[in-house]
Write a protein that binds this ligand. Sequence first.
Ligand code: NAD
Length: 286
Amino acid sequence: MAQLLDGKTLARRLNQGRVRPAAAELSRPPGLAVVLVGSDAASQVYVGKKTRVAERMGFHHRQITRPAETTQDELLAIVRSLNEDAAIDGILVQLPLPKHIDEQTVLDTIEPTKDVDGFHPVNSGLLSQGRARFVACTPKGCMVLLREAGVELSGKDAVVIGRSNIVGRPMAQLLEQANCTVTVCHSRTRGLEEKVRAADVLVVAIGRPRQVPGDWIKPGAVVVDVGINRLDDGTLCGDVDFETAVERAGWITPVPGGVGPMTIAMLMANTLESAQRRQRPPSRGT
Ligand code: NAD
């Protein structure tokens, strides 16, 4: 029976024990702006959670909500004004955006030093070179969860299923930088089962309920399930079949209560870090 990687408890500990006290020491509170365009139900839930936690951390927070008909130019104008706003240290544009808006153009417009989601090409480029500034919150949260549980990664065979810019790709880079040997799988991968069976560390970010059956899991493996899927009965489940996987894995994240709360905790940590950097007097040359 696997031990649980309890993201909910760890996120609370990091938020209350580290972020909140450090935020209180600053001359002005860290400022987080969250921009939501349209009325996607899941996005509304995520944005609500992020602003509630920011409130609890004592952050200055602003939620900017615009209708689905908002034009790309209007959204870019909002982002540019937040780039210039001295009270704002972190800008997050909630994805997905309505189809008529080009997501990449919007993400590219966020000032990289305020890009607390880590999606700007400057930040993903720095990560790929192993000198990260802001790391995308979900993969960063997975790594912190593994580190705090004392999971040894060096030399392990890791499999990441999913290659999105926001989860799979940065996750694979972080695991490689932690000295894992990483295989990235995706929708065109052949022989997925065989690859999963060989994984000491398995991270799944597909977005389909229970795609990975428990009997694929290598006994004792570490399983991080990033997926959040809402079933017809309203309950949430991951991309891994938890009930069977928990019997074989050594460690496993529950859904909910695993990666999700860690993502939000890392958003708070990144915003705090941005505020600390911004409030530090610039170093003087001699
Ligand atoms: P995405 O749709 O951008 O990417 C999905 C990836 O899965 C793609 O790379 C695709 O190639 C791969 N894939 C699809 N079908 C596959 C299959 N049958 N076999 C193997 N690979 C397959 O999704 P994303 O934004 O990376 O998110 C993935 C999941 O993680 C979603 O469920 C999302 O809700 C969840 N998510 C959770 C958090 C969190 O905080 N827990 C944060 C972000 C995303």
